[in-house]
Write a protein that binds this ligand. Structure first.
Ligand SMILES: [Zn+2]
Length: 329
């Protein structure tokens, strides 16, 4: 599909999209899933990272990528600093997703601004501040939970449900196991469980990344690394990929994900319970973010194409990114 929007003689090439956004004018690939000559990596989740020879990311993301891949060609760009690429000015603002997650702000030489959110959230959490909305002309945004049925409960309620799960499991004499991605969700769970006053044991892959969190000054509390049987009274935090037969024999599992709002999640994943602790924006946050940013053009990605319909009904000029798309302004 070719998309063309022209404003008289001021028409300019913004970006192309295949399975990732490419700012062709300055040869900058945004979160490409495979090796590119020069890339912006918004955060350290594996579907956003590849072995690029050069590129930029926040210092924490560079550290997380180095920890996972042992090396990285990325150059750190701190929040508040700027970098020139061609005659475009690049800077980063927090995305509120996981440690180091950043939105990329591109100030073009024609005075127009483009922002690429990467994964983001508007809720401040224990380990990550909320995303910073910055006004822009063009917004390329993720919309994972871009359907009205995905509205998360208040943080207090989520915390209470996790506490209830842990208390009940311990009362029943079984090990409570919280399952969450080893980057981001697990560290948030560590901070939360520490705050609730229970001793924490984590899977080694989680500990490795928790170490980076602590190096960047994030308080996640104390923890032990799993190395044998789990002592009674402890809460185990493990990645969802942890095999059931590697978990304690007498345990109860709680899956931490926004997808917990889908009733099928518990059965689909074979877990005992699920709670919608998420590091993505829910539907209401997505709308709130767009209203704060006030873009003249919106391109949505990583979510239901129908989210763009909701935005259009609110009066925004929005469309989902399609394959082989060329965006001109
Ligand atoms: Zn992510």
């Amino acid at each position: 599909m070719i998309f063309l929007r022209q404003l008289g003689s001021r028409s300019c090439h913004l970006f192309s999209f295949s399975d990732y956004v490419n700012l062709d004018e300055i040869s900058l690939a945004l979160d490409p899933p495979r090796r590119c000559d020069y890339a912006f990596v918004s955060h350290g989740h594996s579907d956003h990272v590849a072995r690029h020879p050069a590129g930029l990311a926040s210092p924490a993301t560079v550290a997380l990528v180095q920890r996972r891949y042992k090396s990285s060609g990325l150059t750190p760009l701190d929040f508040g600093e700027t970098r020139l690429r061609g005659n475009h000015r690049l800077w980063l603002v927090p995305a509120g997703h996981v440690l180091g997650a950043a939105q990329l702000v591109v100030d073009r030489p024609d005075g127009r601004r483009l922002i690429y959110t990467g994964d983001f959230s508007m809720r401040p959490r224990l380990t990550v501040p909320a995303a910073t909305p910055v006004q822009t002309d063009v917004l390329i945004m993720e919309c994972t939970y871009g359907s009205p049925r995905y509205v998360f409960p208040p943080d207090d309620e989520i915390c209470a449900r996790i506490r209830f799960f842990v208390e009940r499991a311990l009362d029943d004499g079984v090990t409570p196991v919280l399952l969450g991605y080893s980057l981001g969700k697990a560290q948030e769970a560590m901070a939360l469980i520490n705050r609730l006053g229970y001793p924490v044991i984590v899977h080694p892959t989680i500990a490795e990344l928790a170490d980076v969190y602590q190096r960047f000054g994030v308080e996640i509390g104390s923890y032990q690394v799993l190395n044998g049987p789990v002592s009674p009274g402890h809460v185990l935090i493990a990645p969802p990929s942890a095999r059931r037969d590697r978990l304690p024999a007498h345990c109860r599992t709680l899956y931490l994900s926004g997808w917990a709002l889908d009733h099928s999640t518990v059965y689909r994943l074979g877990v005992d319970e699920a709670v919608p602790l998420s590091d993505h924006a829910d539907f209401s946050e997505l709308i709130r973010f767009v209203e704060a940013v006030q873009p003249s053009h919106i391109y949505t990605t990583h979510g239901p194409p129908s989210f763009a319909d909701y935005l259009r009904r609110l009066g925004f000029n929005a469309q989902p990114l399609g394959e082989h798309q060329l965006a001109l302004l």
